[in-house]
Design a protein around this ligand. Structure first.
Ligand SMILES: C[S@@+](CC[C@H](N)C(=O)[O-])C[C@H]1O[C@@H](n2cnc3c(N)ncnc32)[C@H](O)[C@@H]1O
Length: 224
């Protein structure tokens, strides 16, 4: 599933790559973008032109893998209907809705709620995920909800045009009792090709639930 597929960049990758999948569901709010994504014509796939929050609150479907590059929009710029749906997403996850929050937070929370008993998410997110105050409860939520968390950061800007530092958040829920986290830094997006996938399977640091900022794990990574 992809909660905000835009013109279908990820769907193209799915179509042209060597990935095995049974079916895919993509959501996109903008109808012109949704039409472009539909034109990818991926096998056994649907593109739903709707607000992701509304989809999240109404669907009974559950997914194995969810990937995305969610919108970065402050809540005050959301229309009222979307704000109400986003509040419901937070409530369903037992989190408090804050007007300071940003759309990418509710996309990550909502997507997590749509995973099957075991599953994985992979998101491109602003690097402020690691320490910004409005994402404190998101970090707490992720630390408890997921068993493995990997943060991949980049030395160079991945999107120089928008001057936004991004990270990859890769999480696995496997219903074990362990909660491990790891930070991996690569030079740039091309460097991801060389990333040892086995590293992602076994994050090494035990999550310290008392530490609200994830930069803590980075400092330790640099000292180790
Ligand atoms: C950063 S773009 C990413 C697009 C695509 N995933 C990519 O990587 O190229 C974010 C997308 O979210 C869509 N979007 C914004 N608000 C949305 C909402 N409430 N529900 C679903 N999609 C939304 C925007 O129209 C935009 O296409």
């Amino acid at each position: 599933m992809e909660p905000s597929c835009g013109d279908g960049v990820f769907l193209h990758q799915l179509k042209n790559g060597i990935f095995k999948f049974n079916s895919s569901t993509a959501i996109e709010f903008n109808n012109i973008e949704a039409q472009k994504a539909s034109a990818v014509q991926l096998n056994k796939s649907e593109v739903i032109n709707e607000d992701f929050h509304k989809f999240c609150n109404q669907t009974a479907k559950r997914f194995d893998i969810i990937v995305g590059n969610p919108p970065y929009i402050r809540y005050q710029y959301f229309d009222v209907d979307q704000q109400l749906e986003a509040v419901k997403v937070f409530e369903r996850a037992n989190l408090k809705y804050s007007k300071l929050t940003n759309a990418w937070v509710s996309f990550v929370v909502g997507s997590s709620l749509l995973l099957k008993e075991t599953g994985k998410i992979g998101f491109v997110l602003p690097a402020e995920l690691l320490q910004v105050s409005y994402a404190t409860q998101l970090r707490e939520f992720l630390s408890k909800f997921y068993n493995k968390i990997n943060i991949v950061s980049f030395e160079k800007l991945v999107f120089p045009d928008i001057q936004q530092e991004v990270v990859l958040l890769l999480c696995e829920k496997n219903n074990t009792a362990s909660h491990q986290i790891e930070h991996i830094e690569v030079k740039d997006a091309d460097d991801l090709e060389k990333l040892d996938i086995d590293l992602l399977k076994s994050p090494k640091k035990r999550i310290d639930h008392k530490n609200s900022k994830w930069t803590f794990y980075f400092f330790r990574a640099k000292r180790d």
